[in-house]
Design a protein around this ligand. Structure first.
Ligand SMILES: C[S@@+](CC[C@H](N)C(=O)[O-])C[C@H]1O[C@@H](n2cnc3c(N)ncnc32)[C@H](O)[C@@H]1O
Length: 272
């Protein structure tokens, strides 16, 4: 899977035109206090970010990045490897009068591009880690970007959710894909996670799962102290078709007996 960056970059570039229009840009333009559903969910856990230098890794169209800027960050940086995603994010920030530094980079090059120990808060997740093959290398990037005492805020898809296969005809959800880190799985999917008519021009993608213990251990090995780990029964996108229903705030969870399945988790860690 050595070509995962090129394959995934083409895939993400091809999703952008379908995603613009589904990320509440109009609400951001119309209301200077509007925040993304994702960041609104995080608010009770995020704490004060006024005055912090914040970097949002794998920022996509920048709606969460803009939300963090609106919460009073001293500086806000968004990093992603997709030029069309960054172009849309820059346009939105400009229209909203927000000063955000958007940087094009592959995740593992982030320290070379942004510099070491430049940030108080690294914010990332909601479909970020699954595109990265090596969780220990990711954790080292997080530690290197942070100043001493700086914090990681990660809300991410749960590795149990990401190990489920497509729902079967008999209605059962089954563990189909690896829970633990492997060399990656090649998918070809014509649809993204938002609804759109035209199929994706670049449907191929390569994704990677990482067990929760592997993520925690990688952060500890990189010198981070875990300060919070909370599992949630909902996710901010429809990950399971008819099995889930929307419960408000853009969150989806299992229609029946939702406490069976962890769908996301929030992990916070501090650089000692
Ligand atoms: C699901 S999106 C993240 C969503 C984001 N939390 C949001 O909704 O605003 C995943 C993002 O990761 C980016 N990405 C994937 N692999 C990457 C890599 N190796 N380096 C940098 N960015 C990457 C994609 O371009 C995409 O914008």
């Amino acid at each position: 899977m050595d070509n995962y960056v090129a394959v995934n970059k083409a895939n993400w570039d091809s999703r952008v035109p379908h995603h613009i229009g589904q990320y509440q840009f109009d609400e951001f333009r119309a209301n200077k206090d509007f925040l993304s559903d994702v960041v609104r969910f995080d608010l009770p856990r995020l704490g004060e970010i006024v005055g912090l230098d914040v970097v949002h890794l794998q920022c996509h169209l920048g709606t969460d990045t803009l939300s963090l800027a609106r919460l009073g960050a001293a500086s806000t940086t968004g990093l992603d490897f997709s030029p069309p995603a960054l172009a849309a994010a820059r346009d939105l920030a400009l229209e909203c009068g927000a000063s955000i530094n958007y940087v094009e980079s592959e995740l593992y090059d982030a320290v070379a591009v942004l510099g070491a120990a430049q940030f108080d808060l690294v914010y990332t997740g909601i479909g970020a880690l699954c595109w990265l093959p090596d969780i220990r290398r990711w954790a080292q990037v997080i530690a290197d970007l942070l100043r001493p005492g700086g914090r990681l805020f990660l809300r991410e898809g749960h590795p149990v959710l990401w190990s489920l296969g497509d729902p079967r005809e008999d209605g059962l959800l089954t563990i189909t894909y690896p829970y633990f880190e492997t060399e990656g799985i090649h998918f070809s999917e014509s649809q993204s996670y938002v609804s759109h008519d035209e199929p994706l021009a670049s449907p191929d993608n390569i994704s990677f799962n990482h067990g929760l213990g592997q993520i925690v251990s990688a952060l500890l090995a990189a010198g981070m102290q875990i300060s919070a780990l909370e599992e949630h029964d909902s996710a901010p996108y429809n990950a399971l078709g008819d099995y889930v229903s929307e419960i408000g705030g853009g969150e989806f969870r299992l229609r029946e007996d939702p406490l069976r399945l962890p769908m996301t988790y929030t992990l916070q860690a501090t650089k000692s």
